[in-house]
Write a protein that binds this ligand. Structure first.
Ligand SMILES: *Cc1c(COP(=O)(O)O)cnc(C)c1O
Length: 306
């Protein structure tokens, strides 16, 4: 990759004055949702590094939910770089047909299995490609990999050096994004607070610590709250949807699966008192526009009388 393309992927940091005034602290937003890539988000930064790091082989294989941003992003990279992509998707109630239609358009192949059959399906797919003489490369679900964590360490170093925030708040799932940022913040006064979109506290913290170690930070304090999971991965109720509506009212596109849960923390009195009051705050926006559009249209498109 040329350095021009590297600088195009430098984190975009945008002050949000109106929203910051309302919330009562100085707010900047890192716009990973505006990276120069179709349907951008944190999976772009992780996978970009992952695919640079070793020979990708002929076929890229991975897994995730039907609406997985990781799977969608991998399919787009495959189309751009000329690799075949095969996805093992778990059959979940939330998955939308729009996600599958897009994978079709991108030329990715996929199979849909129940959760218990994912590992076997990945093995079978890999063997099948080997029999055809193709080199298949498996990428961990969510791109929870050392390369993914390192990509976020690098992005975190850049943002911390430029803005010296007191706190970075982000949506945390598999933990590689938070782990990379925590590695970048190690030894500085910046704290990185992950808002879980899925996992309970202990499991989530462990995964973040693992990713921070991949990114070169042996022992980091992991701030990870499970208070805004609102039912777990891909599930959400009125509290999350209310936060999503407020975000959009300020022109900040948040989604109910990921960024809306983290944004809800910024609105929460006790979270604000504990982590944000009087601080220089960065909200690290991780993407999710596709989830926002499919989620909002599923849940809230009721015609209103005027
Ligand atoms: C995957 C994802 C996350 C979680 O990132 P992890 O590195 O898995 O913790 C957050 N937000 C969005 C929009 C995502 O797609």
């Amino acid at each position: 990759m040329s350095s021009d393309s590297a600088s195009a992927f430098r984190p975009i940091v945008e002050p949000q004055f109106r929203l910051g005034d309302t919330l009562g602290f100085e707010l900047q937003v890192v716009r990973e949702d505006l990276l120069p890539f179709p349907l951008p988000g944190n999976k772009v930064r992780k996978l970009r590094r992952e695919l640079q790091s070793a020979s990708p082989g002929d076929v890229l294989i991975s897994n995730g939910g039907i609406d997985s941003n990781h799977c969608r992003t991998l399919a787009i990279f495959g189309a751009q770089l000329g690799y075949r992509v095969h996805l093992v998707l778990h059959d979940d109630a939330q998955g939308t047909t729009a996600s599958l239609a897009l994978l079709d358009m991108l030329g990715a192949s996929y199979e849909i299995v129940t959760g218990a059959h994912i590992a076997a399906a990945l093995d079978r797919a890999e063997e099948g490609f080997q029999l055809q003489g193709l080199v298949a490369r498996r990428i961990s679900g969510g791109c929870h990999t050392p390369a993914g964590a390192l990509a976020y360490r690098e992005a975190g170093l850049d943002v911390i050096e430029r803005y010296q925030p007191d706190v970075i708040v982000l949506a945390s799932g598999t933990g590689a994004t938070q782990g990379g940022l925590a590695a970048a913040a190690a030894g500085t006064s910046t704290r990185v607070v992950g808002v879980s979109v899925a996992r309970a506290r202990d499991r989530g913290r462990e995964a973040v610590a693992e990713a921070a170690a991949w990114a070169g930070a042996g022992r980091v304090a992991v701030d990870f709250t499970e208070d805004f999971r609102d039912g777990g991965y891909g599930v959400y109720g009125e509290d999350t949807l209310a936060a999503v509506r407020i975000g959009w009212r300020y022109g900040l596109p948040v989604d109910p699966t990921y960024t809306g849960k983290a944004f809800r923390a910024l609105l929460d009195d006790s979270f604000r008192e504990r982590h944000l009051r009087g601080k220089r705050v960065i909200f690290w926006h991780t993407g999710g526009l596709f989830n926002a559009i499919s989620g909002i249209s599923r849940r809230t498109a009721t015609p209103k009388a005027v």
